[in-house]
Structure formats: structure tokens, C-alpha cells
Design a protein around this ligand. Structure first.
Ligand SMILES: Cc1cc2nc3c(=O)[nH]c(=O)nc-3n(C[C@H](O)[C@H](O)[C@H](O)COP(=O)(O)OP(=O)(O)OC[C@H]3O[C@@H](n4cnc5c(N)ncnc54)[C@H](O)[C@@H]3O)c2cc1C
Length: 298
């Protein structure tokens, strides 16, 4: 555990929870869907709704997670502004890759007839290979499944080149997990440079990049590139996390007729929300200052 994470880990749950409101839709699936509807109605923002929680070990908890995703899919019928995101560690990976693959397949198959997109989030480097294997097997059978790649990993370019030849929806981000220098870049500037390079590579290969960053300079660089390339608005999208203050930029993207999607997490239990927030706080201690600033402004 690095120093920042260790410090954040010492923060009491209720204090972390104070920081929750802008970043988390609330408790329960209905809160996630309500938030997705609200940001679409009010600001034209799409969402990808995500159940918080990792490292689900018990078989009955994994089954409950599958059932919750089924209910979420049912509730998203006809709501084309919202997709869903999920994680292999919630869905049986601790039992076996086969169990996890089967569970994700059930969810993707359930979502397919109504056209709900499912993105398989990318977790730390120990899960990269198996997540890609699961995605590739599913992509052969379904159009409504996408994947995430992390530009900080040295392997990222090879992973892009090895994607299925069918068009793939790929969320490209720098990656949230601190990976060791043997396998990953450690300099943020270099990660962003790679991210820009990989947006281009994904387009060259006929894929659909989902540009997931809050870095305004990087977004503007991508905007300039996409415009110069003559990329149609349905060939890419931008993604950000709910709660990160980027309203003007998001509105600018929506006004251009481009897709701006927010990651909208909800929690079934607060302990999962707290884990997510602690990771975000460790990644970006300024988050605490933003939230406190907002509290005092209202
Ligand atoms: C939609 C979406 C899905 C993602 N899915 C994954 C995934 O599956 N796997 C994975 O490893 N990573 C995922 N990430 C996280 C991503 O990899 C980065 O860690 C995260 O986006 C921060 O990197 P950045 O490019 O925004 O750059 P940064 O340099 O970290 O941020 C740029 C600026 O944005 C602001 N900012 C960023 N984060 C916050 C925050 N939390 N609060 C307030 N301000 C902030 C700060 O002003 C900062 O200076 C996802 C990110 C998004 C937006």
C-alpha cells in the first residue's frame, strides 16, 4: 500500500462518507438509475451505471450480484442514455475464470435484446489477461459488450493490436491502479501521451474509443485531432466520473452533438462506497478540497 492510500485508510468511514454525495448516486440500484435519468434530462449526459463492490467471494453474494444486474437491465429497458459497467471480481473470479465468464455472459446476453451496452471494467494487472479473454469470447457472440484498457501498462499497445477484428468499444484511460515500474509507466504525463496515441490507434483499427479522462488539455488535444481527422460524432465518445467538476467542458461536448458519458456508481452497502471513495481520494487528494469547498459554498 502506498503512503497516500495508507493515510486515506486511516480516515474514519463517516468522514469519507461526507465526501460521497457528489461522487456516488446513492444507496441502491434505484438511486443509480434515478441519477442516470436526471443527468440525461437536465444536461444531455449519458451514463454507465455501476454497482460498487469488489472482491466478492461468497457464492451466494456473487449470485445476488448477477440477480441485481438482471434487475438493473430490466429497469434500463428503453433507456438508451444508460449503459452498465461491471467487474470480474464481483462476478465469480475468486471461484474460477469459467464461473466468472459464465456470469458475465448471462448478463451480456440478458442485456443484448434491448441494446443495453455492458462494459467490463479493468482491474489491476493480475486480472488483465483473464478480463481480455472473457471479453474476446463474448465479443465473438455479442455486439453489446465493451472493454477497458489502461495506457499506463506497457502491454497496452499489444493488447489493442490483439483485439478482435470486429469493431470494439474500448474505454481508454490511464488506469487507477498503481502498478510497479516493471510493467507500467509511473509518470502521468507519459501515460497521457500514450493515451492520446492509443486513441489514434484504436480509430486506425476501426474501434470506438471511449476517451475517459478529466484532463482538459488532453481532451482538447483529442478534440483537435478528431476534428482534423474528420471523425464523425458516432465514432467515439468522452467519459468522466460523476462528481468531478467539469460542467462547462461537458456541456461543450454535448453542444457539439458528441456523446459525453458519466460513470454513475451506486452502492448496495456503504462499506463498498467507502472503499471506492478511499481509492479516489488516494488518487486525487484534491477531491477533499473540492467537496469541502462545495459544502461551504452552498
Ligand atoms: C468513466 C471512467 C471509467 C473508468 N474506468 C476505469 C477502469 O475500468 N479501470 C481503471 O483502472 N481506471 C478507470 N478509470 C480511472 C482512470 O483510469 C483514471 O484513473 C482517472 O480518470 C483519473 O485520470 P485522469 O485521466 O482524469 O487524469 P488526472 O491527471 O488524474 O486528472 C486530471 C484532473 O482531473 C481532476 N480530477 C481527476 N479525478 C478527480 C476526482 N476524483 N475528483 C476531483 N477531481 C478529479 C483533477 O483536477 C486532475 O488534475 C475510469 C475513469 C473514468 C472517467
Amino acid at each position: 500500500m502506498d503512503l497516500k492510500m495508507a493515510v486515506v485508510d486511516l480516515m474514519p468511514g463517516p468522514l469519507v462518507r461526507t465526501f460521497a454525495s457528489p461522487y456516488i448516486a446513492g444507496k441502491g440500484m434505484e438511486a443509480g438509475i434515478r441519477k442516470a435519468d436526471q443527468i440525461f434530462r437536465d444536461a444531455g449526459l449519458r451514463s454507465t451505471v455501476d454497482l460498487l463492490g469488489e472482491a466478492v467471494h461468497r457464492r451466494e453474494d456473487v449470485e445476488a450480484t448477477v440477480q441485481l444486474y438482471f434487475r438493473m437491465i430490466e429497469a434500463l429497458k428503453g433507456k438508451h442514455h444508460a449503459s452498465i459497467s461491471l467487474k470480474p471480481t464481483q462476478l465469480g473470479i475468486h471461484e474460477s475464470e469459467g464461473t466468472c465468464a459464465e456470469n458475465i455472459r448471462k448478463i451480456v446476453a440478458r442485456a443484448a435484446p434491448q441494446g443495453t451496452q455492458v462494459t467490463i471494467d479493468m482491474e489491476d494487472r493480475h486480472f488483465t489477461d483473464l478480463t481480455l479473454r472473457i471479453f474476446k469470447a463474448l465479443r465473438a457472440d455479442f455486439d453489446n459488450v465493451g472493454i477497458v484498457l489502461q495506457s499506463r501498462l506497457f502491454r497496452c499497445r499489444e493488447d489493442i493490436l490483439a483485439l478482435p477484428k470486429l469493431p470494439c468499444k474500448v474505454r481508454i484511460c490511464i488506469g487507477i491502479y498503481n502498478e510497479p515500474p516493471e510493467v507500467a509507466l509511473t509518470d502521468k504525463g507519459a501515460m497521457k501521451e500514450k493515451m492520446f496515441e492509443f486513441v489514434q490507434l484504436l480509430l486506425d483499427l476501426g474501434h470506438y474509443p471511449e476517451i475517459a479522462t478529466h484532463d482538459e488539455a488532453l481532451i482538447r488535444r483529442c478534440m483537435g485531432y478528431l476534428e482534423a481527422r474528420g471523425c464523425p460524432n458516432d465514432a467515439f465518445e468522452y467519459q468522466m466520473l460523476l462528481g468531478v467538476p467539469r460542467t462547462a467542458l461537458q456541456q461543450e461536448i454535448v453542444a457539439k452533438g458528441q456523446v459525453m458519458r458519466l460513470y454513475v456508481p451506486f452502492a448496495e452497502e456503504w462499506k463498498y462506497a467507502i472503499h471506492y471513495l478511499k481509492r479516489r481520494l488516494a488518487h486525487n487528494p484534491m477531491m477533499a478540497a473540492y467537496v469541502l469547498g462545495n459544502l461551504f459554498r452552498t
